[in-house]
Design a protein around this ligand. Structure first.
Ligand code: PMP
Length: 423
């Protein structure tokens, strides 16, 4: 279950985190790697945050209201009628050839000149993360990631027993000097850094974008320290002014593995994403897919293909952007209006998230049950780090609630913060 999954079961606000009542009789049997597999804070939160009276600023569920459902239903029926014996059958682990061609058109929007052979279709980019980590990380290997970083990626790294070293970001994304220092320090300590994991555009959870002027420098640093770059870019086409940024993959295709997804630009539930990788890595990804899922879902790939071929998907993305821009504006003005003095936040130019820093003395993780009791939920900053930091931060998502709910949620949150500061 990821941060985007719906709630399993409701539970009381006084006790937001449920623990199994009975000791697991299989506990002595599990592989050592399962020790790092703990329920994310966000997952635990979903059980309470999904109650209708709670304004949830916690999750990252895309707003699907603009999807043409009737037409998708008709197209899906037609796929099954016209081509059902293929669309319902096993297929290549590499992914549908037609969809791989279409993905090259999508990634061209960010300056990537990809060949369909470079594309490996995955079950969402989350599976891409899992496969890439499986290919590269032995226990104890280091993955360098922004601090904060995407909770699902941190889950993959820890599941493979990699060690995450966080590197500082500022308002312009990952700080090259901090990256260089972290890689130098790891090299001096004799540690093997395998990957830089980075979300350059409209970062989850930080809401910032890597300055174009930093991109080449970061790639050069990774080359110098022999570190492979994993570029995770699910939000790249959701810039509010329509601007796209040159993908890292477009600047150094031989040393960048790129993860893409239709989850935020089409339909997250179809679970269709992709990896663009250099030839050797691609071959291994196909083999790893075979052992993980045999092949990505054939029908879902056909639905995405048909959608891209028959709909004006770029205009649809434009309408998603407009919705998210309006919600971002609602959140930023509510933060300005309601939050107590001493709070600061990022100003996202795209994507789903604002990252808030609260005054000293407030612990966002400890405060969460009180916020939920006041009927507002957020994601505490600690869930986005593996080193226990983030206690004075929180991620607020504006992607799902309507603007009025966002304003009401921020007003409630401000009340909780005022009470913490007064205590
Ligand atoms: N990477 C990032 C940065 C994300 O925010 C998400 C989803 N929240 C994912 C990967 C996973 O997306 P998908 O639905 O494609 O698996």
């Amino acid at each position: 279950m990821t941060e985007n999954s719906p709630a399993a079961q409701p539970c009381s606000p006084a006790q937001p985190y449920s623990t199994p009542a009975v000791l697991d009789p299989h506990r002595a049997r599990y592989a050592a790697r399962t020790a790092g597999m703990t329920a994310s804070e966000i997952r635990a939160l979903f059980s309470v945050a999904s109650r209708p009276e709670v304004v949830s600023l916690a999750g990252g569920m895309p707003n699907l209201a603009a999807l043409p459902l009737q037409s998708l239903a008709e197209q899906t029926a037609r796929i099954i009628e016209e081509d059902g014996l293929t669309a319902l059958q096993y297929a290549s682990a590499h992914g549908s050839p037609l969809l791989r061609e279409q993905i090259c058109d999508v990634t061209a929007l960010e300056g990537i000149a990809a060949h369909p052979d470079d594309v490996v279709v995955t079950v969402g980019s989350q599976m891409g993360l899992d496969l890439v980590t499986r290919l590269f990380c032995d226990p104890g290997d280091v993955v360098v990631a922004e601090g904060p970083s995407y909770v699902g990626a941190l889950g993959s790294f820890t599941a493979y027993q990699a060690r995450v070293v966080h590197v500082a970001m500022d308002g312009h994304g990952l700080v090259p000097e901090a990256l260089r220092a972290a890689l130098r320090q790891a090299a001096d300590a004799g540690q093997r850094v395998k990957l830089l994991y980075t979300i350059p555009n409209f970062h989850n959870p930080a809401g910032v974008t890597l300055a174009v002027g930093r991109r080449a420098e970061i790639l050069e640093i990774c080359r110098a320290y022999d570190v492979l770059v994993v570029e995770d870019n699910p939000y790249g086409l959701l810039g509010f002014d329509g601007q796209t940024y040159p993908a890292l993959r477009s600047l150094d295709p031989d040393n960048v593995v790129y993860l893409g997804s239709f989850s935020k630009t089409f339909a997250s539930g179809l679970r269709v994403g992709w990896v663009l990788a250099p030839p050797g890595v691609r071959e291994k990804l196909v083999l790893a897919t075979e052992s993980a899922t045999l092949c990505p879902p054939t029908l879902n790939q056909a639905i995405v293909s048909r959608y891209l071929a028959t709909h004006d998907w770029q205009s649809r993305i434009e309408s998603f952007r407009e919705t998210y821009r309006e919600r971002r504006d609602a959140m930023l003005s509510a933060l300005e209006r309601y939050l107590p003095q001493g709070c600061t936040w990022t100003t996202p130019d795209g994507g789903f998230y604002v990252w808030v820093t609260v005054p000293e003395g407030v612990d966002t993780k400890a405060m969460l049950p009180r916020a939920v009791a006041a009927q507002v939920a957020y994601a505490s900053g600690t869930g986005f780090h593996t080193d226990g930091s983030g206690g004075r931060q929180m991620r607020l998502s504006y992607c799902h609630p309507e603007p009025d709910r966002i304003r009401e949620g921020v007003r409630r949150l401000a009340g909780v913060l005022e009470a913490e500061l007064a205590a």
